[in-house]
Write a protein that binds this ligand. Sequence first.
Ligand code: HPA
Length: 274
Amino acid sequence: MTDLSSQIAKQIKKLLSGRQPETLLILGSGLSSLGNELENSTVIPYSKIKGFPVSSVVGHEGKLIYGTLSDKEVLCMQGRFHLYEGYAPRIVADIIKAFKLLGIKNLLITNAAGSLNPDIAPGSLMLINDHLNFSGFNPLIGPNDDKFGPRFPSLAELYTPKYLKLAHKAAKKLNINLFDGVYCMLSGPSYETAAEIKALRILGADAAGMSTVPEAISAAYCQMKVIGISTITNYCTGVKGGNPSHEETLETAHKASANLALLIKQIIKELPNG
Ligand code: HPA
């Protein structure tokens, strides 16, 4: 037990005192308040876990919260690690592997994203049904540990088809409009040029953001089921006059967060046990 993921898992396991979460919830920019709704919760600041990086972005809290949501045991990352902060892509894979060692089976991941699709307006929620990894990196680059997954993992069903249906069913029940779309990850931190957005739209992107893909790839590699939801916070550069800013992102994410919280709670309620 000397690798980083084992070290991290060992420390978190101790702090969980025998409780067994099955679902990991990762909350994105301006969406972190849901973490405070967990019941019977234990809060673990990232700084208390040796080997865990500390998130540096405003709007990203940097805490692991363990508790129940919709009567299910959930572990929540309030704050994540972006490539643009300078983290090695591999650290994301190490963290996801640590969660795999802790028995996590599902990843429910959220982010704030810009829209390239004129039909998906700011304030909307979009279920990620596939992605374009234009970040320039892959979190699995480096030596492979066969105990977690294969050297060349398939991403054909990364966004678990059964769970896409489940998410739509949950949205319908709540009367929440949930779009379907392709999420494109760019490294950031600069927003895109209008020419880049035009090109990405031709290539099939509906939303653009600076996160999620490394976690999703790492989770699929570890045979976790993945659900990804984007809160559309703005039109991307040049789309309907879009000129994004972090302030706009946080403000719109905050406005949409009540609907997102309802949807996440309903999805968690409907996730099968075991
Ligand atoms: N582009 C990239 N990332 C983003 C955007 C955007 O327009 N909005 C929120 N995150």
